[in-house]
Design a protein around this ligand. Structure first.
Ligand code: OAD
Length: 319
């Protein structure tokens, strides 16, 4: 579906409502960054289609294979740095500047909202950041934000011929981006990677060449992202909860997320319980979350990079 086909009546009712909104929440998922050419996690071309999340995004996986996990995250750091924020990231940043009671909850770890100059006090990173590193030693509390070195250590360099993320021109962005992932990891296009057999294309690396803590000089560093089985950052959650409790919420924008990962997805129902109407922007009409849409909610189907600036235009102007 082309973005130019946003139904005029929906755009009109949404814009009218938006103009009167005071307290607004947004929940972002990988779909907003698919518009910048980064792969999503689920669905066609998604990262978890070729890998099992538990092999790459759990503390147990890191314990067992820190080299495999670091190669995966080194690749994602590289791709995120090569990608550029898109018009949806800029539109939300502009909405935040115009409305101090607008808070964005992002499940994305790619840093694109920050690079679009989204006011940081109005951006809550539920799943951490690819560009934070933390020491894994029990005895060390070293953590550092904004660690942008690419590669972070020479052994994790990404081959020079890796295709760069391609921003979306149509609905195929996730698919486009994921082709380059298959390429890098040595799996031919269209081929499914079964990580359990001996075709795993990542080369084993000695722990010695992986990133180490500069403070204790002993522990391995790990990416500062939230893995499955880990808690969301408590400071961030407390800030979000106290904002949510401090008044009724008019609107929640649910942009580019499959709404399948909890507790992040639960913010939609929490916002609804505080009075919010829901506006979903997604490529897939089925991805509206487990409780679906109510009368008075909106569903805008298509590419977030094109739809979001369009639906916010009445309030933020042209982006
Ligand atoms: P998913 O991959 O689960 O969902 C991406 C969503 O974006 C899907 O609903 C797509 O239909 C939609 N989509 C794809 N391209 C789009 C586009 N150009 N415009 C608009 N929508 C588009 O990603 P998340 O919902 O972000 O967690 O996944 C949530 C969490 O699960 C992630 O933070 C990650 C993952 O496993 C961890 O790694 C812990």
């Amino acid at each position: 579906m082309a973005v130019s086909t946003i139904p005029a009546a929906d755009l009109r009712t949404f814009s009218e409502y938006l103009k009167g909104c005071k307290r607004i929440l947004a929940l972002l998922g990988a779909g907003i960054s698919a518009s910048s050419g980064l792969p999503t996690f689920r669905g066609v071309g998604g990262l978890w289609r070729s890998y099992d999340a538990t092999d790459l995004a759990t503390p147990e996986a890191f314990e067992a294979n820190p080299d495999l996990v670091w190669q995966f995250y080194s690749y994602r750091r590289h791709m995120a740095l090569k990608a550029q924020p898109n018009r949806a990231h800029y539109a939300l940043a502009e909405l935040a500047r115009r409305n101090k009671d607008f808070v964005t909850l992002s499940q994305n770890v790619d840093g694109l909202s920050q690079r679009a100059n989204h006011p940081l006090s109005q951006l809550r990173l539920l799943h951490g950041s690819l560009f934070t590193v933390k020491c894994t030693s029990f005895y060390c509390s070293y953590s550092r934000e904004n660690e942008f070195a690419d590669p972070i250590v020479p052994a994790l360099a990404i081959p020079k011929n890796v295709p760069e993320p391609k921003p979306s021109t149509d609905d195929k962005t996730g698919e486009e981006a994921s082709k380059s992932l298959y390429g890098t990891l040595g799996v031919s296009e269209g081929e499914e990677l079964d990580i359990s057999d001996d075709r795993v294309p990542l080369s084993p690396l000695s722990p010695d060449v992986l990133p180490h803590c500069p403070e204790c000089k002993d522990g391995l560093l790990r990416p500062g992202v939230v893995w499955f089985g880990e808690s969301l950052p408590s400071h961030t959650i407390n800030l979000v909860d106290s904002w949510m409790k401090s008044g009724p919420i008019d609107l929640i924008l649910v942009i580019g997320t499959s709404s399948r990962v909890y507790p992040a997805a639960s913010y939609v129902d929490k916002a609804r319980a505080r009075g919010a109407r829901v506006a979903v922007v997604n490529m897939d009409r089925n991805d509206v979350g487990s409780s679906g849409l109510n009368p008075g909610d909106w569903f805008f189907q298509g590419d977030a990079g094109a739809i979001v600036p369009e639906i916010l235009k009445e309030v933020i102007g042209e982006i």
